[in-house]
Design a protein around this ligand. Structure first.
Ligand code: FES
Length: 123
């Protein structure tokens, strides 16, 4: 396992998501109040960056901007179609005000080898 210290919690506004890349893992970090969640950044429906989507702070979900699938930030499971497969989740914590993520040793980056990723504005 490898532990990565990222940046201060206060640098991530509540209700927003930010993409980080660690050891080939593309991760969407989401802050809701003082809680931080980390799920795979690539939508399981198509190669789209979830961190460019919308955070539902009430239900703790991240909505894909492209087709609207909602992912549970605690489990990575899709709550709505068209996505049917979960995205990975990562152990994330805040220590002394700094966000830390644990990457499991030998874990394969999800989607490795897939094609390019859609970004907002690509159509
Ligand atoms: S690309 Fe995310 S729901 Fe279709």
């Amino acid at each position: 396992m490898s532990l990565h210290e990222l940046f201060a919690l206060e640098e991530l506004e509540s209700g927003t998501a930010r993409k980080v890349e660690l050891e080939g893992h593309q991760i969407s970090l989401v802050r809701i109040d003082d809680d931080v969640y980390a799920i795979g950044d690539i939508c399981s429906h198509e190669d789209v960056s979830l961190s460019e989507g919308y955070v539902d702070t009430e239900d703790c979900l991240l909505e894909c901007w492209r087709h609207g699938a909602m992912f549970d930030l605690k489990t990575g499971e899709p709550e709505t179609l068209p996505a049917v497969r979960p995205v990975p989740t990562y152990d994330v914590s805040v220590v002394d005000g700094m966000i830390q993520i644990l990457i499991a040793e030998g874990s394969e980056p999800p989607g490795a080898g897939r094609g390019s990723t859609w970004v907002r504005g690509d159509e």
